[in-house]
Design a protein around this ligand. Structure first.
Ligand code: ATP
Length: 230
């Protein structure tokens, strides 16, 4: 029905071996929303994204995607539902050229970006087509990593600290791209440490601490009550 969330996580627990790191995460994301997950190092933000994408083998609770229970789904099954993950370490083939990186991702669904659409979003990429991944700046690697998941036809983007370590001018370019993707109707879940960036781009925020969500608010409140989150 109309009340069905695109992503609805409840009571999510997850383990690395015997190490219990998520203790009952609750969060939801509507279609077209841009939601951030904020919180300190080790709070469980990355593990939450990894759980959503089917990369945590040991977990419990519920992960509904468009109302469908997906907690036990493989990464491939999750990808077919339109979710894609861009890890903090970026996930590109560094020994291959930019062009090869763009042509390798399998098209899993309809609506994958054409090369021209990628260049419109990230003009730098066109100029760097022949460069190897290793020769790209951190910002260019991040843009290529996002471009790769757009090629697959994903419509729900899970981005893990896309601005980490990047110069302000590059952060602005990534911000422009994320804003354009949101305009196009993409749903985006963004793990961020950069609260100013998060506040500029997002509709809503979750704060995680010690493996649970401890707070939730919209971008209006982040502007009003700045020091609660910094
Ligand atoms: P960060 O920004 O540091 O990635 P985070 O909020 O994303 O922080 P997670 O990476 O999800 O946090 O880590 C949650 C907990 O799980 C931490 O205590 C971390 O040490 C632990 N952890 C993360 N990866 C592993 C792993 N591969 N094996 C064992 N423990 C892990």
């Amino acid at each position: 029905g109309s009340g069905t969330k695109l992503i609805d996580v409840s009571g999510l627990q997850a383990w690395y071996g015997d190490s219990h790191v998520l203790h009952g995460v609750n969060l939801n994301v509507s279609k077209g929303e841009l939601v951030t997950i904020l919180g300190r190092n080790g709070a469980g933000k990355t593990t939450t994204l990894r759980s959503l994408i089917g990369l945590m083998s040991k977990k419990r609770g519920s992960i509904k995607i468009r109302g469908e229970e997906a907690i036990g789904y493989s990464p491939t099954a999750i990808a077919r539902l339109g979710l894609a993950y861009c890890p903090e370490e970026r996930g590109i083939y560094k020994s291959l050229s930019v062009e090869e990186n763009l042509y390798l991702p399998p098209k899993l669904r309809d609506g994958g970006f054409s090369a021209e659409e990628i260049f419109d979003l990230f003009p730098n990429i066109r100029e760097r087509l022949a460069s190897r991944g290793t020769n790209l700046s951190g910002g260019e690697q991040q843009m290529l990593a996002i471009a790769r998941i757009l090629r697959t036809g994903a419509e729900v983007l899970l981005l893990d600290e896309p601005t980490e370590g990047l110069a302000p001018v590059i952060v602005k370019q990534i911000e422009r791209a994320i804003a354009l993707l949101k305009q196009r109707g993409f749903t985006i879940v963004l793990v961020e440490q950069n609260h100013r960036f998060a506040q500029r781009v997002a509709d809503r925020h979750y704060v995680m601490e010690s493996g649970v969500v401890v707070d939730e608010f919209d971008s209006e409140r982040i502007k009003r009550d700045w020091d609660q989150v910094t």
